[in-house]
Design a protein around this ligand. Structure first.
Ligand SMILES: Nc1ncnc2c1ncn2[C@@H]1O[C@H](COP(=O)(O)OP(=O)(O)OP(=O)(O)O)[C@@H](O)[C@H]1O
Ligand SMILES: [Mg+2]
Length: 201
């Protein structure tokens, strides 16, 4: 079971950065074939490719988290930056799916102890779920809201809300268990980085 979870974790978390790198490299090839390509666009693509590669490296580096049940190295992280960077990373996908992603900061306590890349990976997985849930949803505007808030003293939480039909009642009580899915192609465990964590300030 441990090997299965570990393999699925690595496959799940590497899938997105590697897929993005392939897409960006394809876009870069097309740009380079275009004589009107601007150096600024090319360097932006290269920057994004590098960022995704760093993310993939971080997944591997933090695999120890699964065996130690904790991230390898904590740092002071701004959740606002986590959210903003994730939103920027998801912009092309959100645009293509006509989804608007909005950030609401409702607390002053936005710094936590954690691993920035892992928090971003966790948030990315939640937002991907929302975008998938909104695909084909019968709504006039598809909206994902990422909210940073304090629900009780000493805690900072991130909520991801969307205006889709919601999680099916049949899986609500086991939604955070590994391998629970209603998607034919979705059978891997999500990141174990917490969506709510102790405030660092
Ligand atoms: N925002 C959401 N709206 C509606 N249903 C959701 C939402 N997020 C998750 N779900 C439901 O919970 C299930 C489990 O989600 P989870 O992210 O664990 O796996 P998955 O998205 O199906 O597959 P994977 O993440 O491995 O690609 C989904 O299949 C979906 O049915
Ligand atoms: Mg998912």
């Amino acid at each position: 079971m441990a090997v299965r979870v570990m393999t699925a974790y690595v496959a799940h978390e590497l899938n997105h950065p590697l897929g993005t790198i392939i897409n960006l490299a394809n876009m870069l090839s097309r740009r380079l074939a275009d004589s009107a390509a601007r150096p600024k666009d090319i360097s932006e693509h290269l920057r994004d490719i590098k960022a995704e590669a760093v993310r993939a490296t971080s997944v591997i580096k933090n695999m120890r988290m699964l065996t130690d049940h904790r991230p390898t190295a904590h740092e002071s992280v701004s959740l606002v930056e986590v959210c903003q960077d994730t939103i920027a990373r998801m912009k092309p996908l959100a645009r293509s799916k006509q989804v608007k992603i909005r950030l609401e900061v409702r607390t002053a306590f936005v710094r936590v102890q954690g691993v920035k890349e892992l928090l971003e990976t966790a948030l990315y997985n939640f937002v991907i779920n929302s975008i998938a849930a909104l695909d084909g949803a019968n709504v006039t505007s598809r909206l994902v809201t990422i909210r940073i808030l304090t629900r009780e003293p000493g805690e900072t939480a991130i909520q991801v809300l969307d205006n889709g039909i919601g999680v099916p009642a049949s899986i609500l009580d086991k939604i955070f268990e590994p391998f629970v899915t209603t998607r034919p192609d979705g059978n891997m465990p999500r990141s174990t980085a917490a969506s709510g964590c102790r405030s660092g300030t």
